[in-house]
Design a protein around this ligand. Structure first.
Ligand code: GLU
Length: 411
């Protein structure tokens, strides 16, 4: 079994081979430009302090400043962050926004920290990476377990040292340079993506049933917006378990229940099933919206859906991908399906640089244009090259980065 980074590199290498890229260029694009490991010290409420490991990987900036989220999770490791930094590089290129790719995170379980400790952790991490990031250099954003409030603290910490500049980080609170529509952007973008495929195949929305593994920001927005336009949500899960109702769930009511009780589990009007069982639920679209590698071989065999919408980053391992491809399952790959978040991060950055605040309609319309163009491009390329959607997405992303590398020259 390959590591997460090796798997993503495998997709890159396959695209590079097909594009016939020169070897030295291939080598340059197969490794990160810079990797920073930092010590994050957090004074604890009860006295003393704890030390955590933090990372920022800057993978490639041929097309613009490094761009990508920061996650707070116990599983964070350099290999995992490197994998996501590479993914961000192909994702921003595929979205056709003027950024490169980066990723960062702290190896910590934020659920074990108080609000004050979380703020000190966020500020301490920002201090540790401040000298390698910046509005025209590397622009972080939210990711797993990181919120607009955390982005706000980090923007403020950066401002204490370098003066206020909201464009240093995206996904901030609206009151502090954030953009309308950023919060819902990953979910909305994923919906534009799958809806494009549904329309292209002449399928009916009201005959599509979605099972969504992960009910955080991305999963819950997707469920709410998809339900609004006629899709049926039959199952939802979070880290505590899953709920199922073949007749359909009301996503906003489930979210209210989750806010009240801390989990989707126990929602009235649905059967509670185990977190493992959601993978076998009868549905037409399965959405991994939680962590990486949630679908390995065993779960790939359980999935009944004909379409997988990868709202999380690297949710399907290489081995699982092969099993699903053999069964004719269409996978809308992560670098496409989850691109809505970074697309609106780009729009936030543009507004910050111009000191503008756009309406939500304007943001959503731009997001729709970006997702439509990216999805149509991937479907057309797959058709032309007899490739899977993942292969086609990598072909487009890798080709754009390679063109920028060649254009900027090597000396
Ligand atoms: N964390 C998100 C992603 O993986 C958003 C990154 C960003 O907005 O820069 O795409």
């Amino acid at each position: 079994m390959s590591s997460a980074f090796e798997a993503v590199t495998g997709s890159f290498e396959a695209a590079a081979e097909r594009l016939n890229l020169e070897l030295s260029l291939r080598e340059a694009m197969a490794t990160p430009t810079r990797e920073v490991t930092v010590q994050v010290r957090v004074p604890m409420d009860g006295g003393g302090f704890k030390v955590y490991k933090g990372y920022r990987v800057q993978y490639n900036n041929a097309r613009g400043p490094y761009k990508g989220g920061l996650r707070f999770h116990p599983n964070v490791s350099l290999d995992e962050i490197r994998c996501f930094a590479a993914l961000m590089t192909w994702k921003t290129a595929l979205m056709n926004i003027p950024f490169g790719g980066g990723k960062g995170g702290v190896q910590v379980d934020p659920k074990l920290l108080s609000e004050a400790e979380l703020e000190r952790l966020s500020r301490s991490f920002m201090r540790a990476i401040a000298e390698v990031i910046g509005p025209t250099v590397d622009v972080p954003a939210p990711d797993v377990n990181t919120t607009p409030q955390i982005m706000g603290w980090m923007a403020d910490e950066y401002a204490r040292r370098y003066g206020p500049n909201p464009a240093v980080i995206t996904g901030k609170p609206i009151a502090f340079g954030g953009s309308l529509g950023r919060d819902s952007a990953t979910g909305r973008g994923a919906l534009f993506c799958v809806d494009h495929l549904v329309r292209a195949r002449g399928l009916k929305r009201n005959e599509q049933t979605l099972a969504i593994d992960g009910y955080g920001n991305a999963g819950s927005w997707l469920a709410i917006l998809a339900h609004d336009i006629g899709y049926t949500i039959v199952a939802l899960s979070d880290s505590k378990g899953a709920i199922h109702n073949p007749k359909g769930l009301h996503p906003e009511k489930v979210l209210a229940h989750k806010h009240e009780t801390g989990s989707v589990v126990g929602f009235e009007g649905a059967d509670t099933i185990s977190g493992d069982d959601i993978f076998g639920v009868d549905c037409t679209v399965f959405v991994p919206a939680a962590l990486d590698e949630s679908i390995k071989e065993d779960r790939a065999k359980q999935i009944t859906a004909k379409i997988i919408l990868e709202e999380a980053n690297y949710p399907v391992t290489t081995e699982a991908d092969a099993i699903l491809a053999d069964r004719g399952v269409t996978i809308l790959p992560d670098i496409l399906a989850s691109g809505g978040g970074v697309a609106v991060s780009y729009l936030e950055w543009v507004q910050d640089l111009q000191r503008e605040a756009w309406t939500e309609e304007r943001v959503n319309a731009r997001l729709e244009d970006i997702m439509e163009a990216a999805t149509a491009g991937v479907l057309a390329r797959a058709d032309k090259e007899k490739a899977t959607l993942r292969e086609a997405a990598y072909l487009i992303g890798v080709e754009r980065v390679a063109e920028a590398e060649v254009a900027r020259g090597y000396r």
